[in-house]
Structure formats: structure tokens, C-alpha cells
Design a protein around this ligand. Structure first.
Ligand code: ZN
Length: 134
């Protein structure tokens, strides 16, 4: 049974996207592959990669943004792990029937244009897990 496939990216919440990009690109050697602002979600996002590993840097741009709240409460740091799935709707149904809490009961379209959904960290040892259908 392979419900969750490979790790797609690691989401990292930051308080200053430009500063974080300098750290990851100029010092740690990641390549900036995409960057966008999502004002409706109160977010600025940058995707970086090195080898087969991708990270998503997220900065909250409004008080209501989940990332702004996360950083205010816990400081910058790892926010979520995103795994690929084949069929997100079926996976959510199966996980729900196994008793896993879902933040998104119905998939929505994520920053990269694919269907995504988050599992409730209370069900996954405090790790916020994002699923992405690819
Ligand atoms: Zn993500």
C-alpha cells in the first residue's frame, strides 16, 4: 500500500522572504525556481530547489494569514511536509475512514496549480502534512 508517495517539498515559514531567499540561495546554494504573491491568501511564496529536493518558503503578508499566526506563535521554522498522491479525493476518503482528521475535507487548488489538501496535525504527531495530487 503506497498512499503517500514521495516527498514533494518541505514548507518553511519565514518572517522575511527576501532575507530567507538570500540565506537559501546565496549561502546554502539553492536555486530559486518560482516566486509568487497570493494576496487573497495573505502569502508570499518562493520555491527553491537543490538536487531532487524542493522547499517552499512562506511569508505571511496579512494578520489573518495562517503563516503570520504560525510565525507569531512559534517563530520561523518548518511548517509542513508535502507528499504526492495519485488520487487526492480517494486518499482523503480513505484517511478519514481511518480516523485521520482533515483540515481540507475537499481538495483545493494550491500555489502550483495542483489539487492539495492538509491533514490535521493533531492526527499526525503534530506534523502538518500537505497532500498534492500530481
Ligand atoms: Zn506546501
Amino acid at each position: 500500500m503506497e498512499r503517500l508517495k514521495e516527498l514533494d517539498h518541505i514548507g518553511i515559514a519565514v518572517d522575511d522572504l527576501d532575507e530567507a531567499k538570500k540565506l537559501y540561495c546565496d549561502i546554502l546554494g539553492f536555486e530559486l525556481t518560482d516566486e509568487r504573491e497570493l494576496p487573497e491568501k495573505g502569502l508570499k511564496i518562493a520555491f527553491l530547489s537543490t538536487g531532487n529536493t524542493k522547499i517552499e518558503l512562506l511569508e505571511g503578508t496579512s494578520e489573518e494569514s495562517a503563516i503570520t499566526k504560525f510565525v507569531a506563535k512559534k517563530g520561523a521554522g518548518i511548517h509542513h511536509l508535502c507528499f504526492e498522491v495519485d488520487d487526492i479525493t480517494r486518499t482523503l476518503e480513505e484517511l478519514s475512514s481511518e480516523g485521520i482528521g482533515l483540515i481540507d475535507r475537499v481538495p483545493r487548488i494550491g500555489a502550483e496549480g495542483h489539487p492539495i489538501a492538509f491533514l490535521h496535525p493533531g492526527s499526525t504527531k503534530k506534523v502538518l502534512i500537505e497532500l498534492e495530487e500530481k
